[in-house]
Design a protein around this ligand. Structure first.
Ligand code: PEP
Ligand code: MN
Length: 354
């Protein structure tokens, strides 16, 4: 089967409503999306995973009739839907969907992924795998590996952000280092970004989309609704078709520099290399002192973790950072990691009975 996700210098755009609500809502969405040449695939929410019962859970199988009407009208477009179980998959295959995606909550469950992969054996549908809500890249990798094991060849990952305690004002924290790490581990795997579910609000979607392209993502999955304020699900994050047109025309595709590196870029990179080496040396020196501190603590029967000292240190460094143009959240996260490593080393030394 043709692989929709590769061989394109332009980002692959998947767009459509969070959920298919009725025939006129979907046909209005597809009518406008069909006029945007960049849009290659339509997302069709057929079964909606809702955290709590009582909300709109999608039209279910009867939505396929609505999709089929649009497929007939727009043969250029591809159509994809979420599946969470072998029964969903069977229905999606029976109705000729071009691609399916596995949602975040499904990726979080290895049992569900195993069942789905068994059901996918022998099929050649395009498969998109969203990351699990928790920032554990192994769940994402594990799902992709399980699908590959049963012979699915056309797989792409979808980055939809992570639900952690600090989401930076977004619905989900992008934690860009995780898709970057996924790309490092699986360089041939296409990766999409779902800025709609990361942002949770429309005003942040353009910036997130541009960041994704700058990080060499292969495509975007965007939620679009003819009248977002009336949407039955995810009303705050769905773009109008006009907003999507504006967004698509504002995106800049920058290339990864490979062969010819400009001389001034090379010079700046040399400086960065030097600073990184210095940073690592400083961290090693700091840890060395921390080990000496552990000996003193042992002599005086003091615990490794000293809450008051930690609070004073944090306040001092954050105050320093604010005068240096450094982001407070970034510095705090960095210090927390350094401190946690230091406490762990001291713990090891204090509890080493030899
Ligand atoms: C969706 O794409 O409609 C969806 C439910 O997203 P996620 O699985 O990322 O929460
Ligand atoms: Mn949604």
């Amino acid at each position: 089967m043709e692989n929709f996700f590769v061989n394109s210098s332009q980002p692959y755009i998947i767009a459509g409503p969070c959920a298919i609500e009725n025939d006129s809502q979907f046909s209005s969405a597809v009518d406008t999306l069909s006029q945007m040449p960049q849009v290659a695939m339509i997302r069709c929410g057929i079964w909606k995973p809702r955290t709590r019962p009582g909300g709109f859970e999608g039209l279910g199988e009867k939505a396929f009739a609505i999709v089929e009407r649009q497929r007939g009208r727009y043969p250029r477009l591809r159509f994809c839907c979420e599946v969470a179980s072998p029964a969903h998959l069977e229905a999606a295959l029976a109705h000729g969907m071009d691609a399916i995606w596995v949602g975040a909550r499904t990726t979080a469950s290895p049992f569900a992924i195993q069942e789905l992969s068994e059901a996918l054996r022998g099929t050649d549908i395009q498969l998109l795998v969203k990351n699990a809500p928790s920032p554990d890249i192994r769940l994402w990798l594990g799902a992709i590996e399980r699908f590959r094991q049963v012979g699915v060849t056309s797989i792409a990952a979808v980055h939809r952000g992570f639900d952690i305690y600090n989401n930076l004002g977004y619905r989900n924290n992008p934690l860009w280092q995780l898709p970057i790490e996924l790309h490092r581990l699986m360089p041939d795997l296409p990766i999409f970004c779902d800025p709609s579910h990361i942002a949770g609000r429309t005003d942040a979607i353009a910036q997130l989309s541009q960041t994704a392209l700058d990080l060499h993502f292969d495509g975007l999955m965007l939620e679009v609704h003819p009248t977002p304020s009336e949407a039955l699900t995810d009303a705050a994050q769905q773009l109008t078709p006009v907003e999507l047109t504006q967004l698509l025309s504002s995106l800049v595709c920058r290339t990864e520099n490979t062969d010819q590196i400009p001389a001034n870029l090379q010079e700046l990179r040399t400086q960065i290399d030097l600073l990184d080496h210095q940073l690592l040396q400083l961290l090693a020196d700091r840890l060395q002192i921390s080990c000496q501190i552990a000996q003193v603590k042992q002599q005086h029967n003091l615990s490794a973790y000293q809450p008051k000292r930690w609070q004073t240190l944090l306040d001092d460094r954050l105050a320093q950072a604010s005068g240096m143009g450094l982001d407070q959240h970034f510095v705090k996260t960095l210090l927390e990691m350094i401190h946690a490593e230091s406490v762990a080393r001291q713990e090891e030394l204090l509890n080493n009975k030899d």
